[in-house]
Write a protein of this length. Structure first.
Length: 115
């Protein structure tokens, strides 16, 4: 079976629900506590390619830090990716990665498209 990884924040109810949904379906993902084990810019860019989405699609725009840093949707992709790599709390969660594909678990059922 293809490896499944979840970028997980145990303090987030949506992230917990997504992890539970996977486990209830017999899927045992590798749990990456991304706030403690932050993905680097290359990993974030790879996830965005796997999702076929721009950086703004997984950036937590309502996070106060985004405003503090002056982040705007019209900034270059690399600037947004660098901000998320430096400040992982800016990454929307959960992200589930399976092989060459990835999905944002909002709502949790969205990740089922990977299976």
């Amino acid at each position: 079976m293809t490896e499944v990884v979840i970028w997980h924040n145990p303090h987030c109810s949506t992230s917990r629900k997504t992890l539970e949904l996977l486990r209830d379906r017999g899927i045992a993902p590798i749990v990456r506590l991304y706030l403690e084990d932050a993905p680097d810019a290359e990993a974030i860019a790879a996830v965005l390619r796997a999702m076929d989405r721009p950086a703004g699609a997984i950036l937590r725009w309502k996070e106060p830090l985004a405003a503090e840093l002056g982040l705007q949707p019209d900034l270059p992709e690399q600037a947004l990716i660098a901000a998320m790599a430096t400040h992982p709390r800016l990454i929307e969660r959960p992200v589930v990665i399976r092989g060459e594909r990835a999905a944002l678990g909002r709502p949790p059922e969205a990740v089922l498209a990977l299976f």
